[in-house]
Design a protein around this ligand. Structure first.
Ligand code: PMP
Length: 288
């Protein structure tokens, strides 16, 4: 494995960053999780754009152009020779003092890992996932905007812990007003008849790259799509429900808070979406 760190490539054992890096000390940084399908990087431009939006939000000057970062990702992929895999692209505030002041961190740290993908077990797709609504609310927009991917993921991790301790693989998170926001690391969608609904991003949902793809696919299939307010009862009474994310792709949800979604089986529209998404993954990438 060849890992890029600040202009050099290292083996897995030698790829190390300082204990004084503020990414580690304070979660001060931003990141992207990206997929490789068939020797191409899926929607790389959108991922790099989101990385830059996140960096701008936290006042982190990456010191590189989007083109340069794109090339770093592609070169790391070339060196790792994986035809399918997962990329983690991370930019931290860099090395500083033990105080939290970012002004004492002169240089950001950029690293890129290309690894095998930890695929979800097939039963997640055949049977679907059961979700539990957790008490941990999604970060509020005026504290740490959930529209951006910062390294500060404790909000999501707390939600995941709550779900897992109750025996559920995924958590459903509400925003501070009680509207459905997203899962701990995935976006949520519901079908109500031929309408496909997903929480609007200003309500606490990450503008997921897979979410964008799902909205596009649904529109092409002739479904009406809406980014809107969604309440828990709408999820309970939905005809179909699924999650989207770079690692998960599109995964059906069969139960939410002990209530079966419709007949408790992955629905036909969700299956159709999964089929179309599969086609997109092999047709819409940047080859390396
Ligand atoms: N929400 C959160 C909180 C996430 O971390 C992610 C990424 N796994 C998503 C949604 C899905 O976004 P994407 O489709 O870009 O992976």
């Amino acid at each position: 494995m060849q890992i890029y760190i600040d202009g050099e490539y290292f083996s897995k054992v030698d790829a190390k960053i300082s204990v004084f890096d503020h990414g580690l000390l304070y979660g001060d940084g931003v990141f992207e999780g990206i997929r490789i399908y068939n020797k191409s990087v899926f929607r790389l431009t959108q991922h790099v754009q989101r990385l830059f939006r996140s960096a701008k939000y936290i006042h982190l000057d990456l010191g590189k152009t989007p083109e340069e970062i794109t090339e770093i990702v592609l070169e790391t992929c070339r060196r790792n020779e994986l035809s399918d895999g997962y990329i983690r692209l991370v930019a931290t505030r860099g090395v500083g003092t033990l105080g939290l002041s970012p002004t004492l961190c002169p240089k950001p740290c950029l690293f890129c890992i290309v690894d095998e993908l930890a695929i979800y077990p097939p039963e997640f797709y055949e049977r679907g996932l059961a979700l539990l609504t957790v008490s941990t609310r999604r970060n509020i927009v005026d504290a740490l905007d959930p529209q951006l991917k910062t390294l500060n993921y404790l909000n999501n991790i707390m939600a995941k812990i709550e779900a897992q301790r109750s025996g559920f693989e995924e958590a459903l998170m509400l925003n501070s007003e009680g509207y459905v926001a997203e899962a701990a690391a995935d976006n949520i969608f519901i079908f109500v008849g031929d309408r496909l609904l997903t929480p609007a991003t200003h309500l606490g949902a990450l503008p997921g790259i897979t979410r964008n793809a799902a909205l596009e696919i649904a529109a092409e299939l002739g479904f009406q799509t809406e980014e809107t307010y969604i309440t828990l009862q709408q999820v309970y009474n939905a005809d179909e429900c699924f999650l989207t994310g770079t690692a998960a792709e599109i995964v059906p949800v069969f139960e939410v808070d002990s209530r079966p979604v419709a007949d408790g089986k992955p629905g036909p529209k969700t299956k159709r979406m999964i089929e179309e998404f599969k086609k997109l993954t092999v047709s819409d990438g940047t080859p390396f």
